[in-house]
Design a protein around this ligand. Structure first.
Ligand code: FPP
Length: 256
């Protein structure tokens, strides 16, 4: 059974799911895969899988917020996903509208801040309006940052960033001495976020699929077998426990 206690003195939440709350990854990134297969297994159209996937986003956002995750980046739509059938693309583009219509009050109440990475200027007007509205309404929130990667691709992000850096260097008369990892980091769409400590992909596929390809250099990867609509709070906790059992060395040696 799930218990939650509040340690009043320190205002720390203690939960009995055996999570080490002192070692929660600050930034979790998720490739939400398997919506189509979930629907196919039930002889339903693929869009039903995406609808159910949206419900999972709600559950995982709540749980991440409750256990103190600071950044949750979700791969909602890639720069390559436009090649899917038109009805599926239209449906996915409407999901943020639906999601925010039903969930924005709770996000506000939970102090969650909605943000995006990706080429959002290319999104349909209604999608962009819903996202902009959510960003505005949550702009002053200081809790979990819920970051939707939407019309996002890691390679496209890097190309875009290199163009920006080149322009800036020309304007400021800088030469290549200025370029180092920090300079590149500061020109990526993720410049305001730490790198994810943990990357989860659902549905058993073991690929990175152009997601945060620079940022996951030292992330722990967990490939979870559940299809995204079946992924839930307990699975998230299991992934974090696996993360907590690993030793991160960043190319160095184990600490004594
Ligand atoms: C991958 O599954 C999933 C997507 C491309 C869409 C992800 C979108 C959601 C989970 C909903 C997002 C919700 C909001 C609020 C934006 P797939 O279709 O590739 O599954 P398959 O590999 O089984 O075909």
């Amino acid at each position: 059974m799930f218990k939650k206690l509040i340690n009043k003195k320190n205002n720390i939440k203690i939960q009995d799911d055996n999570l080490d709350l002192a070692n929660i990854p600050e930034h979790i990134a998720i490739i939400m895969d398997g919506n189509g297969r979930w629907a196919k297994n039930r002889k339903m159209p693929r869009i039903k899988g995406h609808y159910q996937g949206m419900q999972t986003v709600k559950k995982i956002t709540r749980k991440a917020s409750d256990i103190g995750v600071k950044y949750l980046t979700l791969y909602a739509f890639s720069t390559e996903n436009w090649s899917r059938p038109e009805n599926e693309v239209n449906y996915i583009m409407n999901l943020p509208v639906d999601f925010l219509k039903t969930f924005l009050p709770e996000l506000i109440e939970k102090n969650v801040k909605v943000e995006t990475i990706g080429f959002t200027d290319k999104l349909p007007k209604k999608t962009l309006e819903a996202i902009n509205n959510a960003q505005e309404k949550t702009a002053n929130n200081t809790g979990l940052k819920l970051i939707f990667a939407i019309n996002y691709g890691g390679r496209a992000e890097i190309v875009h960033s290199i163009k920006n850096m080149f322009e800036e260097m020309q304007q400021q008369g800088l030469n290549s001495d200025i370029i180092d990892e920090a300079y590149i980091n500061n020109h990526l769409m993720t410049k305001d976020y730490p790198d994810p400590e943990l990357l989860i992909r659902t549905s058993g596929e073991q690929r990175i699929s152009n997601f945060l390809i620079w940022q996951v250099s030292y992330s722990e990867f967990i490939f979870n077998q559940k299809l995204w609509p079946d992924f839930d709070e307990d699975e998230l906790v299991e992934c974090i426990k696996i993360y907590q059992s690993r030793q991160r060395r960043f190319g160095g040696l184990n600490e004594e």
